[in-house]
Structures are given as structure tokens and as C-alpha cells.
Design a binder for this molecule. Sequence first.
Ligand SMILES: C[S@@+](CC[C@H](N)C(=O)[O-])C[C@H]1O[C@@H](n2cnc3c(N)ncnc32)[C@H](O)[C@@H]1O
Length: 211
Amino acid sequence: MKNPKPSSKPKHYTEFLGVKALSSAHPEVKKLKYKNPNHSAHGNKNWRSSFVLMDYLKDNPPAFNDKVLEIGCGWGLISIFMSTYFANDIHSADIDPSVRPFFSLQSNINNANTRICIRDFTKFKIEELSKYSLIVGSDICFWDEMTLPVLKFIKRSLKTHVKRIVIADPGRPPFWNLVDECHKLGGEVFSRRIYKPWKTEKHILVINNEK
Ligand SMILES: C[S@@+](CC[C@H](N)C(=O)[O-])C[C@H]1O[C@@H](n2cnc3c(N)ncnc32)[C@H](O)[C@@H]1O
């Protein structure tokens, strides 16, 4: 008997480090996009910086009991990766309510234990930030007017028990302006390349706050 042909059915997701990242061609994503056509701040897909941040976190993992805040989570790839790999208590925040169904779909497909809250992360108060020890974000400083609020958020976070802040970016000017300011706070930036699912290089800003 002949071997059956391997299935040529498209999967509509990219698998990276054990996490399924949905593509825009996924039938459920298409349905959601039809119902939620407007994203106010680019939460319309999984951005490549998040893949590079996952790769960085694989090699620089959180501590066992770190409480994590993901800012500008979009479809939640980083949160899904962290809850799956490290079982951290993770809170995911995004300002745009229209990303919620995409976040939930991607979370369900990965059987991940993640929840999104719709919040402007730049408005988090010191008391709230004090709950976290690690803050991560991917591609969250993309408009010129974002640099200052993100910087203020970082400065507020550094007054708390937050031990590390990690922000990945493709290298847009507002991010480099942020980096210039964060150098004064002890922040460091470096480039990181991945070769799969595609070859891409992004930049990672790390601010350590171990007292
Ligand atoms: C370029 S997307 C990146 C999404 C995701 N982090 C990724 O890498 O795939 C930027 C995300 O940040 C969110 N965002 C922008 N400003 C925000 C704010 N002040 N508070 C919370 N989320 C914000 C947007 O709604 C959007 O989902």
C-alpha cells in the first residue's frame, strides 16, 4: 500500500519556541478582523520584535517567582510564551479593546493561562507597579509622542521592586530617543538576531534595577 500523502492543509500559524503565532490568514483571525477592523495603535498582528524578545527571554529567563507585567501586549505572544515556559504569574495590558478577541483566540489555541486587561500602561501608578518584579514589552514606543510617557513609566517603575525592564524594538527613532534617556538610568541596548521563522534583527533595551 502507498504511503498517504503528507497533509498540505495550511496551518495559518507560525510555530516558534513551542508557541503558535497566528497569521492574518487564519480563518478565525479573518473572522475577527471582519468584526474588529480598527486598531487604534497597531495591535493588528504579532510583530516580529516579539519573536526576538521570546528568544532573548529563553536565554535570560525570569526568576521562578517573578511577577510579570507585559505592556502593550497586542495579541499576547510574549505573555503566552512566558506563562507556558516559565509558569510565571503574568499580567498583560493593552490600551486597545479591539485586541482582546485576538489575544483570547491566540491564548486558547496555545492552551495558555493568560488574561488581558485593557489599560494604558503609562497611567500605572507606583502602588500598582510595586506588584511586579519584571516588566516586558515589544514594539511599544513607535510614535514620537510616546517616548516621554514611556520614559516616565520606566522612571516610576524603577522606584519600586521591579528588578528588570526589557523592551524589544525594530529600531524606530522614538525608541532610540528612549534609549538615549535610559542610558542615564543605567540601561543598556543590544541587537539580537533570530534565523527562524525568518532572519530578523531587532534591538533590546534592558534596565536592571537590582538594589
Ligand atoms: C506595535 S503593537 C505591538 C504588539 C505586541 N507587543 C507585539 O509585539 O506583537 C503596539 C501595541 O501596544 C499597544 N499600546 C500602545 N500604546 C499603549 C499604551 N499607552 N498602553 C497600553 N498599550 C498600548 C497597542 O494597542 C498595540 O497593541
